[in-house]
Unconditional design. Structure first.
Lengths: 244, 79
């Protein structure tokens, strides 16, 4: 049976309180795709498994990958709390655009995806924060870039417009006396990157060992993932912060 | 009074208005009341200490660079 080509793969685990909210945010995108009659795959909650995610990516090599929610520097996390995408299988994201709402993935994973052949990679280089007293505003902030891209704007313009809108939302929240919400909005603005949307590469590592291995990988045309797999201070800090 | 103290007072004032609303940092969440209490708690575990330190930096920067934000913070803190 020939499977219909999908233009989008939405991957949205739902296993803790944070992902309950991100599920609501991602629903804005899903509702829009549905209303527009677009072809998309929705891997939600129990369907957001690594196996189903990988298969969908293999079956639809050009579909935009839309990922909500948990991530770390080296991976995007599925329903069972294991990676659906990490440095070992990142080539599944080559040749397509990737849109994420995920902590930290912009720091290493998305950059390496883009370097290896991702068309554009959008995400955050820090932990994503939000508050429950501004869910409407955060829903807009977290999906604004996607809606801009849906209108076929180029990624550099998408990033500029998104950052502009996030600052407007920040000011709106400030004006309403929602100080914590405004500060989370500022954090999100500051952490946003879009590789091939004009973002500079992430800050280079300062670990001498890792720098050396990266240099060797590039020199010998070896997969750079081996440099990122070296344990370092940031690895331990991420593991402590991201998951209890 | 230092800028940091003013900001902390403002966040505590906001937390008194909306104590049960939550702030999320990735998978971690705290009520506004809990988070306000963390801001000058010197006995925090390492994870929370790092979160608070990072977020306070953002609050400080907004206080220093945004007149609108500074006015609101001063208003909340009672200064």
């Amino acid at each position: 049976m020939v499977c219909k080509v999908a233009d989008y793969i939405v991957f949205r685990p739902n296993f803790d309180e944070a992902t309950i909210h991100s599920d609501m945010f991602s629903q804005l995108i899903v509702d829009h795709l549905t209303s527009q009659g677009d072809d998309f795959i929705d891997l939600r909650a129990e369907d957001a498994t690594p196996a189903k995610g990988v298969q969908a990516l293999k079956d639809h090599p050009e579909a935009m990958f839309i990922f909500f929610d948990h991530g770390d520097e080296r991976s995007l996390i599925a329903q069972d709390r294991t990676p659906v995408i990490d440095l070992d299988n990142r080539e599944l994201l080559y040749g397509r655009e990737t849109f994420t709402l995920a902590c930290l993935a912009g720091k290493i994973l998305l950059y390496e995806v883009w370097r290896g052949g991702g068309l554009a990679c959008y995400g955050s280089v820090e932990i994503v924060s939000f508050t429950t007293d501004a869910k409407k505003e955060f829903g807009e902030a977290f999906t604004f870039a996607w809606f801009q891209r849906y209108q076929e704007k180029e990624w550099p313009e998408v990033l500029v417009e998104t950052k502009r809108r996030i600052l407007e939302l920040r000011d709106h929240l400030t004006g309403q006396g929602r100080l914590l919400a405004a500060s989370c909005m500022q954090s999100y603005h500051d952490s946003l990157v879009c590789y091939d949307g004009g973002s500079d590469p992430p800050e280079p590592t300062t670990c001498p060992g890792r720098m050396t291995v990266l240099w060797l990988c590039d020199l010998l045309h070896i997969d750079r993932k081996w440099a990122w797999k070296l344990p370092g201070r940031s690895t331990f800090e991420t593991k402590i912060i991201v998951f209890k | 009074m230092s800028a940091e103290r003013i900001i902390i007072n403002a966040i505590k004032a906001e937390a008194r208005i909306r104590p049960d609303e939550k702030i999320f940092f990735g998978p971690l969440s705290y009520t506004f009341k809990e988070f306000a209490g963390m801001l000058n708690d010197r006995r925090l575990p390492r994870r929370e200490r790092k979160l608070v330190k990072t977020h306070l930096k953002t609050l400080m920067r907004m206080f220093e660079t945004s007149e609108t934000y500074r006015k609101q913070v001063l208003s909340f803190s009672g200064d």
